[in-house]
Design a protein around this ligand. Structure first.
Ligand code: PHE
Length: 453
């Protein structure tokens, strides 16, 4: 066996408990992708047919890839790139790990903007300024995001918090935070689902969200659903390689992955069940785009008993969910920089965070002073989101499936998963999906999108 020959400057870290990995992975997956991005891409994609495609991709592509990605990390015991080198020392497959690091940079650049918005809304709620009966929430929100420096300040504050937690390291920083905050989000969402589905007109919203109209499916919608599945699960970014590399070998990878996927899907569906009934009840356009959640939620709270208290809790948890995902987005490049350039966490973290923040400022400004800059018909923010989620993530997923199915090979993955008496249920199905179905499906979706079929 080839050993990882790079000796990092600090000893490698490990999760403190068996649940550390699972919670941190769920913390990464559950985030703005579920509460902010999912509802607006479903709205733009026309509703239930999109949801169905998304679920299909989550189960058929996301889950199998996640199992493989965690295995790469646990076998390689190194960062997103070097783990590939440990498994396949003479090949160039480590490039896919490098691609993951680049994807994380791009995602965190625009993610930090939205997380900054969530942070700002939390502060508004806390100071009692979020709800008012005569407020036009759409106009107030546009005014905020187009402001030349306010959203940048919240973004920089947010990135500072993220960096401070990541400097704390795996156990004291990342694990501790996830353990406290993830479970409470759930309870709050359940209350809000209940509130929303009992509104007048909820039926129409539920119909939109749950009754598919297949005639509306286009190649654009298929690719968007695939991108959303990847984005929401944090798949193919090297995240699971990195977090998996801190794993204690006795935990069951398929069980952990299934748990993360389940939590992620449940939170997304709950967000949809909150947003769409309310959208129809209050006459909001479901296809209005990235501001959908930021307008719908305050509207719900305005009209709800104890609304201002719910608003505080809700935006706190959105902020926390965004924070745990942003932490994971920063951890991947930090772990890479730490081992690649043999620098300490204390140095790698602020440098990486600063570079990403600078990129992110351009994304933020594209809602205001730089909104006139259009590249391929998209704003800077739109371009970052599109390239990362709909181009690079599926490409990275395609490469990942080829690496797992044809280079490391299913039996190699099985051996890693079955260490210490663990089992790999559905191995045959997994292997078939990874070798044939996933690469072919992603490839066809791409050909279709660029108009070759
Ligand atoms: N999955 C996260 C979310 O849903 C975003 C994310 C993508 C995090 C990729 C890490 C890697 O909010």
């Amino acid at each position: 066996m080839v050993k990882n020959t790079m000796t990092p400057i600090e000893p490698r870290e490990q999760w403190g408990t068996k649940f550390g990995f699972m919670l941190a992975a769920a913390g990464s997956a559950v985030g703005l992708g579920n509460i902010w991005r999912f509802p607006f891409v479903v709205g733009e994609g026309g509703g239930a047919a999109f949801v169905l495609l998304y679920l299909l991709f989550v189960l058929g592509i996301g889950l199998p890839l996640m199992i493989g990605e965690i295995s790469i990390g646990r076998k390689g015991r190194a960062n997103a790139m070097d783990s590939y080198k440990v498994i396949s020392p003479k090949s160039k497959w480590y490039v896919n790990g490098l691609l993951g690091v680049i994807i994380n940079f791009m995602i965190l650049a625009f993610y930090s903007v939205i997380a900054g918005w969530a942070f700002y809304y939390f502060l508004l709620a806390l100071t009692g300024q979020i709800i008012s009966n005569d407020k036009d929430y759409g106009a107030a929100f546009s005014q905020f995001i187009s402001h030349p420096f306010l959203p940048i300040i919240t973004q920089i504050l947010l990135m500072t918090i993220v960096a401070l937690i990541v400097v704390g390291g795996v156990r004291k920083g990342i694990e501790k935070w996830n353990n406290i905050l993830m479970p409470t989000l759930f309870i709050l969402l359940i209350i809000l689902v209940f509130r929303s589905v009992t509104l007048d007109g909820a039926k129409e919203g539920l119909h939109f969200f749950l009754n598919p109209d297949f005639s509306a499916i286009t190649s654009t919608i298929v690719l968007a659903a695939l991108g959303q599945a990847f984005f929401s699960l944090s798949i193919a970014t090297g995240l699971y390689v990195t977090y998996g590399s801190y794993n204690q070998s006795q935990s069951s990878i398929p069980k952990n992955a299934a748990g993360v996927v389940f939590l992620d899907v449940v939170v997304a569906i709950m967000a949809g069940l909150i947003i769409f009934p309310a959208v129809f009840h209050y006459g909001i356009d479901p296809g209005r785009g990235p501001d959908l959640a930021f307008i719908t939620f305050p509207t719900i709270f305005t009209d709800m008993p104890f609304g201002s208290i719910f608003a505080v809790f809700f935006f706190f948890f959105v902020f926390v969910a965004a924070l745990t995902s942003a932490i994971s987005l920063l951890e991947v490049p930090v772990a890479f920089a730490k081992e690649k350039f043999r620098i300490s966490r204390k140095i790698a973290t602020p440098i990486t965070a600063m570079i990403i923040t600078v990129l992110g400022i351009f994304c933020s400004l594209s809602f205001g002073p730089l909104s006139h800059i259009q590249i391929f018909d998209r704003t800077i923010f739109g371009l970052f989101d599109f390239v990362a989620a709909q181009v690079l993530l599926p490409i990275s997923g395609l490469l990942l499936s080829i690496f797992l199915g044809w280079i490391w090979k299913p039996l190699g993955v099985k051996e890693e998963i079955e260490r210490e008496n663990n089992t790999f249920p559905f191995f045959k199905i997994w292997s078939f999906l990874i070798k044939y179905v996933i690469p072919i499906v992603i490839f066809i979706i791409f050909l279709e999108k660029i108009g070759l079929i």
